[in-house]
Ligand binder design. Structure first.
Ligand SMILES: C[S@@+](CC[C@H](N)C(=O)[O-])C[C@H]1O[C@@H](n2cnc3c(N)ncnc32)[C@H](O)[C@@H]1O
Length: 185
């Protein structure tokens, strides 16, 4: 991970712990970093960015030349993400798109090999279905909060876990929460 990303995440870790802000955090962040180290994605997209914590984590861990697109519906938060990403020295790697993901995804150009889903839990399956034509073989999709939002994400989990559905999917448990990691086969 880049030095700037590490420095910025340490600052944010202190702030989000004090203010109870729902960012992905260190433990789940370690899994995301391991996945990026293993799969070496080049073009990532994140749905739901808040302050830019996960954006800095992902962009700071991508291999050289890697790029991240963040979609954040709240305009104030979208500008905060841009500022925090720049502060971490990652401005050139990250593009922030302000707006509702379900409206923005169809207009994203190119293909993606890493996805982080962390916006409206009931919409995870719709995000994925919209992204699917833009994903490469071997693309990795990480869905957060599949433990605490189990009911809301049930259709999503049923879809990625269906036999023969084109996904190799596995749950990673973190206390009372979980993340679902699905690889396009
Ligand atoms: C849990 S927070 C994201 C935390 C962030 N991924 C992190 O770990 O640092 C969820 C974010 O999704 C955004 N969001 C909610 N609905 C959205 C939508 N329809 N499109 C894009 N972003 C949305 C919210 O504004 C909020 O910032």
């Amino acid at each position: 991970m880049t030095k700037g990303a590490r420095r910025m995440l340490a600052t944010m870790d202190r702030a989000v712990a004090a203010w109870h802000i729902p960012v992905v955090g260190r433990a789940k962040g370690r899994l995301i970093r391991r996945l990026i180290d293993r799969h070496r994605p080049r073009r990532a997209v994140e749905i739901g960015s808040l302050l830019g914590y996960s954006a800095i984590l992902i962009a700071g861990s991508l291999p050289a030349g890697g790029r991240l697109v963040c979609i954040e519906v709240n305009p104030f938060l979208a500008s905060l993400v841009e500022a925090n990403v720049a502060e971490a020295g990652l401005g050139k790697r990250v593009k922030v798109v302000g707006g509702d993901a379900l409206r923005a995804i169809p207009f994203l150009p190119g293909r993606f090999d890493f996805v982080f889903l962390d916006a409206v839990k009931e919409d995870y399956l719709d995000y994925l279905r919209q992204l699917e034509p833009k994903l490469t073989a071997g693309a990795v999709v990480v869905a957060d909060n599949t433990g605490i939002a189990g009911k809301a994400v049930a259709p999503y989990l049923e879809y990625v876990r269906a036999a023969g559905g084109g996904w190799d999917s596995r749950e990673h448990v973190f206390g009372d929460d979980a993340m679902e990691v699905s690889v396009r086969v």
